[in-house]
Design a protein around this ligand. Structure first.
Ligand code: CP
Length: 311
């Protein structure tokens, strides 16, 4: 098996064979899920805990579904009703869960690096479900699977990642994955929402939607993350949409068969217009959600085996 790590903490540093292994395995789970069959034996007797310190709809639900489809005992820990509210620290929470012999720990946290810290302290395999502005590795994997299924390849495609790149862990994971697999990656947005020296990650930066989208095979829109934003980085939502929101006119700058992607949740009328978000001929946003379950099954499957092999 070409994926040899105990945890999945980031896309940065993964070699193409490890990414290909996860995507190929996820592909087999897409087919299994569509057939209505399950593989309930693989994780029988294993315990998966979802530990989410930030809100989530897609990631948490799909990890739960993925774990259950593979036969794991799945526990969703509600941080809002846990002893975290009484002042228990992240590490004490992790040690407590560790004492219960959890096998797989899925963590979302507002601080970059929190899952990596936990990975040093617990016996379980830790999966980063999004940490601060750092990474969201399973999102990038499901995006890659969606692209590969629709375009038949990833290498050589032009991908425009648009909007609030500065605060986006989705963007960072996608940049690492797509550049590793040989895409022409552009980041497109106002200067206030692109990280300084972003080109050092191997991408080209554009401050104009027409130039950034020209010739793009994939237009990936990002949510405007107001909750992570200092004041004054963008004008009003209305003005933001006028210059940076994806509508049919701006999509026309990309290739005629360009696909529209968004990790969700969407701010309709802010970074994306409903006309393109809901266009079945161009938008693959719902397909991204479906791929999320398959990718998370592949990750749980892989880590449950690599944990055994590493011992
Ligand atoms: N894309 C994503 O992470 O969505 P959730 O916040 O709903 O999990």
């Amino acid at each position: 098996m070409s994926y040899r790590q105990k945890h999945l903490l980031a896309i940065e540093g993964l070699e193409p064979p490890a990414i290909a292994h996860l995507l190929d395995l996820a592909e087999s789970y897409v087919l299994l899920n569509r057939s209505g069959r399950t593989q309930r034996d693989l994780l029988r007797g294993r315990t998966l805990i979802n530990l989410f310190f930030e809100d989530s709809t897609r990631t948490r639900t799909s990890f739960e579904l993925a774990g259950k489809r593979l036969g794991a005992d799945v526990i969703n820990m509600s941080v809002s009703t846990s002893s975290v509210n009484k002042g228990e620290t992240l590490l004490d929470t992790a040690w407590t869960l560790n004492a219960m012999h959890c096998d797989l720990l899925v963590v979302r946290h507002g601080e970059s690096g929190a899952p990596a810290l936990l990975a040093q302290k617990v016996d379980a395999a830790v999966i980063n479900a999004g940490d601060g502005t750092h990474e969201h590795p399973t999102q990038a994997l499901l995006d890659a699977l969606t692209i590969r299924r629709r375009k038949g390849r990833i290498e050589g495609l032009a991908v425009a990642i648009c909007g609030d790149v500065l605060h986006s862990r989705v963007a960072r994971s996608n940049i690492h994955l797509l550049t590793t697999l040989g895409c022409d990656v552009r980041v497109v947005g106002p200067a206030t929402l692109l990280p300084a020296e972003v080109e050092r990650l191997g991408v080209r930066a554009f401050h104009d939607m027409r130039a950034g989208l020209e010739g793009a095979d994939i237009v990936m829109m990002l949510r405007l993350q107001k909750e992570r934003m200092a004041r004054g980085l963008v004008p009003s939502a209305r003005e933001y949409f006028r210059f940076w929101g994806l509508d049919a006119e701006k999509l026309g700058y990309a290739k005629k068969d360009a696909l529209v992607m968004h990790p969700g949740p969407m701010n309709r009328g802010v970074e994306i217009d409903s006309e393109v978000a809901d266009d079945p001929a161009r938008s693959v946003i719902k397909e991204q959600v479906e791929m999320g379950v398959a990718v998370r099954m592949a990750v749980l499957d892989t880590l449950s085996r690599s944990g055994r092999n590493d011992a």
